[in-house]
Design a protein around this ligand. Sequence first.
Ligand code: KG4
Ligand code: ZN
Length: 298
Amino acid sequence: MVVPELASRAHQQKIIPVVEEALRQANITKNELQAIAFTRGPGLIGALLVGVSFAKAMALGLNIPLVDVNHMQGHVLAHFIRKPGEDKDMPALPFLCLTVSGGHTQIVRINSPLQMEILGETNDDAAGEAFDKSAKILGLPYPGGPLIDKYAAQGNPDRFKFPNPYAEGLNFSFSGLKTAILYFIRDNVKNDPSFIENNLNDICASIQKTIVDILMKKIRLAIEQTGIKDIAIAGGVSANSGLRNGIKSLEKEGCRVFIPAFEFCTDNAAMIAMAGYFKFLEGDFASQDVTPLARMHF
Ligand code: KG4
Ligand code: ZN
C-alpha cells in the first residue's frame, strides 16, 4: 500500500536530487530548458503539491513557461516518445488506447495529441487494483501486479475459473472478481492450509487470464464499434505479459498494435515531458496560481 503522508515526504526529499540527476543524464544545464512541465493530476494530492510547487519555482526562477499535464494523457502520449536515433512506427490518428494503471482503466479515443475522449472506464476498481488486491489476498507484497505476472508465467491459466463481472457497454467492473477470489481462497485454505503455496502459479495464471480476458473483450468491442484499427495500451498494467500477448494477437485480426517499451509503461517523467511538449507547441501554458487536482478529466 502507498501511504499518502509518506509518499509526499519522499517526494519532498527526492525531487531536487532527481531533477539534478535527470539534467546530468540528459547532459544539459537548467539554463537550456525552454519550459517546465509537471503533473497536475490525477493522483495523491500531497505528492502532486510537491511537484506543482517545485515546477512553479523552477519556471519562475528560469523565467520560462509552465505547462500542466494530465497524468493519464501522459501515459497515452508515451507512444510518441522516440529515443535518439530511434525510428519506430507511431499510431495514426485517431487511435484507441487502453489505459490501465493502479488508479484507472479506460478506453480512450485519441483524435489528436491534446484531444482525447473516454469511451469507457471502470465502474469500480482499476485493473491494476484488481491485480494488487488479488495479490494481497494471496499474501504477496505491494505492488502485486508484477508478482502475479511472474508466477503466472509458470502456471496453468485454465486451472481455476473466476467470474467475468458484467459492465455495460465499454465500461469495466473488477470488484466482483476480487470478492470471488477472496471467497475462493478462503474456502480452499479452510480445507488445505497450504493451498496457496501449493498452487500459487496456477492461481496467478488463472487470475491474470481472467483480468486480461475482461480487458480484451472490451477493447474488441471498441474496435467493432469505432472501426478504428490502430490500438495502443498504456499505464502500469501494460507491462503485464498476458495483456501484451493479448493485444499483440489483435494483429492477426488486422489491427496495428502499439505496446510501449517497459520503461514507459509504469509512471515515468518522459511521458509527462512528451505531453508537455505537445502543449508547449500550442502555447498552452499554466499560470502561477495553478493548483493540483486529485481527480481530473481530459
Ligand atoms: O501507471 P502506474 O505505474 O501507476 C499509476 O498511475 O497507478 O501503474 C501501477 C500499477 C500497479 O497496480 C501495478 O501492480 C501494475 O501497474 N503493474 C502490473 C505489472 N507491472 C505494474 N500489473 C500486472 N502485471 C505487471 N507486470
Ligand atoms: Zn500512472
